[in-house]
Ligand binder design. Structure first.
Ligand code: SAH
Length: 216
């Protein structure tokens, strides 16, 4: 039985990587990281058989586990033209799927989540995966994480009306921030901290849960 589940997971995971390639993900390091993280452990048991489909899935508390393509796309944007992610901050960890993928690509990941019960799930998941290079914190990510700043890469998994100023302030020189912007209509934004200031690029239309203030 267990063996059967393992085989299915391997085959469907390989298919997920094929779909990511078809959709245009080219960075082999990103594809390898996506392939290394078992997405089924992050979803509720009843949905485990759908874990490798390219969709967002419910993770409880009205939140969703991000679509694999979007996770891969945003990380590819952070990496594009750079050799490494460096010290990385994720805002909106949920139960930790994207944080685990980031943890495959760089050795220092900080991930912040505002809902305590999801953060607890993320901690259990990281322990199960023995992913010890991801540090999880219960906080309002709009403030960033001053005690660990500056960051070479910041990735936000929930959409606000504008880039939170604290996140811009916490970018290292040459650092990059990728985040969804908007309410009903949303797009991805890529912001780079250059010697001439912040340079912003507006990219794909997307759909994310809202970036909310405070913790619960
Ligand atoms: N990264 C997750 C996606 C979770 S959905 C994954 O890989 O599946 C986005 C998450 O952002 C939700 O869990 C939500 O609670 C969280 N969030 C929203 N606003 C936030 C804020 N201000 N600070 C931290 N987390 C926030």
């Amino acid at each position: 039985m267990l063996h059967g589940i393992g085989m299915t997971s391997q085959r469907t995971r390989a298919r997920m990587i094929e779909r990511l390639r078809e959709k245009g993900i080219r960075n082999e390091a990103v594809l390898a990281a996506m392939s290394a993280v078992p997405r089924h452990i992050f979803v509720e048991e009843a949905l485990a058989s759908r874990a490798y489909e390219d969709h967002a899935l419910p993770l409880g508390m009205g939140q969703t586990i991000s679509q694999p393509y979007i996770v891969a796309r945003m990380i590819e944007l952070l990496l594009d033209g750079r050799s490494a992610l460096g010290k990385t901050l994720e805002i909106g960890a949920g139960c930790g799927y994207q944080a685990a993928v980031l943890g495959q690509l760089t050795n220092e990941v900080y991930a912040v989540e505002r809902i305590a019960s999801l953060l607890e799930k993320a901690k259990v998941n990281m322990r199960q995966l023995q992913q010890f290079n991801v540090r999880l914190k219960h906080a309002d990510g709009q403030m960033g994480l001053p005690e660990a700043a500056p960051f070479d890469s910041i990735i936000v998994a929930a959409a606000g009306e504008r880039a939170p100023p604290a996140l811009l302030q916490q970018l290292a020189p040459g650092g990059r921030l990728v985040l969804p912007i908007g309410t009903t209509e949303q797009h991805l934004d890529l912001i780079e901290c250059t010697s001439q200031g912040w340079v912003e690029k507006r990219l794909d239309a997307v759909r994310f849960v809202p970036l909310l203030a405070g913790t619960q």
